[in-house]
Design a protein around this ligand. Structure first.
Ligand SMILES: *Cc1c(COP(=O)(O)O)cnc(C)c1O
Length: 379
């Protein structure tokens, strides 16, 4: 048996990606526009169903930046943001000189806690500032409590930016993640369920909103024969080469979701009778996760080992695991930002571990993972 590195989540090509890239070369569409960009956008639109319009962009972070701009967020505004997430969910708030207010997770889905969200809204309004937007994340592919979160958002009339970077292929009550927010974002970074090497998308409700995003993403050029600008623009469009990879990947997305869910089932079996280890699963039939990453929490008082013990044991065998995202309110760069919560995200960060979940893991990889984990559990 080889000892090659087993990654947490690595790119997995479908086979047709190069065909689309060759077409781009043949037609000289070596640019941030072209048939692959339009084709990729329409593939995503069809996949998401729902009445949405998609703008392909250079990254998920760029999509979040534009989403905040389009919702009118500017200097000194406040934006509510799930604390337990990747820094890219929060950084664009600061790009605009606005301030994030972080919200704890609930322990069913690991995502933004509706109770703490409402607490925070009431308190910020009492302090004199109504938040401009809510950034809610479907972490590791698990949908957040969509009905509860959007009900609160509607009650206070605050738009939701849905960060579906990790959740393409996940659904809530049969509807696709990426279609719930006022605006939603997707990511096609190298570690995501499908990848364009680097890339993202903004999902809008109307053609007009999509065109606004494309306008901002292409240097905000006014309609004139010369270069005329009455707004600040960005260079955020997706390359036609990268979009070619995306078109190939969209052909196999359902397959990738299926295989990631099989990886999850593999861990269900592995941890079935293990006290003190909890595998994060869908809380009810309303939730369908793409299981981008399979996540466990370890109660070290029961198991006798911590998540770091297990992570290090697996790392020694060249098997990559990662702690969960370190909550934003615990990050040095956001030390001054307000936080509303009761310690749920902090505990998850202490006890949680992401396990190798790639759709390209072989039977022999799975058997190495299984042997390694079982032998650690026996100790
Ligand atoms: C990956 C990711 C992003 C950012 O996407 P990029 O394409 O890497 O810029 C944003 N939010 C979450 C939750 C992510 O996992």
């Amino acid at each position: 048996m080889t000892n090659d590195k087993i990654w947490l989540s690595s790119p997995h090509m479908g086979g047709n990606e190069l065909k689309y890239i060759h077409e781009a070369f043949a037609e000289n569409w070596i640019a941030p526009l072209g048939p692959n960009v339009s084709g990729f956008e329409s593939d995503i639109q069809k996949y998401l169903k729902g009445n949405v319009e998609v703008a392909a962009l250079s990254s998920g972070t760029a999509a979040l930046h534009l989403a905040l701009i389009m919702l009118g967020v500017s200097q000194d505004d406040e934006v509510l943001c799930q604390s337990m997430t990747f820094a890219a969910s929060a950084n664009p708030i600061r790009y605009l000189g606005a301030n994030p207010v972080f919200i704890d997770s609930e322990s069913k889905t690991l995502n933004i806690c509706p109770e703490q969200l409402e607490n925070a809204i009431e308190d910020r309004i009492k302090k004199g500032k109504k938040p401009k937007a809510i950034v809610a994340v479907h972490l590791y592919g698990m949908p957040y409590q969509v009905d509860e979160v959007h009900k609160i958002a509607a009650k206070y009339d605050i738009p939701v930016i849905e960060d579906a970077a990790e959740a393409l292929g996940s659904t809530y009550k049969g509807k696709n993640c990426g279609t719930f927010g006022e605006l939603a974002i997707l990511s096609f970074n190298g570690n995501k369920i499908i990848t364009t090497s680097g890339g993202g998308a903004l999902v809008a409700k109307t053609e007009q909103m999509k065109q606004k995003a494309v306008f901002l993403a292409t240097q905000a050029r006014d309609n004139a024969p010369h270069y005329q600008h009455s707004e600040i623009g960005y260079n955020y469009r997706l390359s036609n080469i990268s979009a070619g990879i995306g078109r190939g990947q969209m052909e196999v997305l359902d397959d990738r979701v299926h295989t990631r869910r099989e990886m999850f089932d593999f861990y269900v079996n592995l941890f079935r009778d293990i006290d003190g280890v909890r595998l994060f699963s869908e809380p009810s039939a309303d939730y369908f996760s793409n299981h981008w990453l399979s996540v466990i929490t370890i109660d070290s008082e029961v198991t006798g080992f911590s998540r770091e013990d297990l992570r290090e044991a697996l790392a020694a065998l060249n098997i990559e695991c990662r702690p969960l995202w370190k909550p934003m309110h615990m990050q040095p760069v956001f030390a001054d930002s307000p936080f509303y919560g009761t310690g749920v995200a902090e505990r998850m960060f202490e006890d949680g571990l992401c396990l190798p979940s790639g759709s390209n893991l072989s039977d022999s990889d799975r058997s190495r993972i299984s042997t390694a984990i079982k032998s650690h559990l026996k100790k």
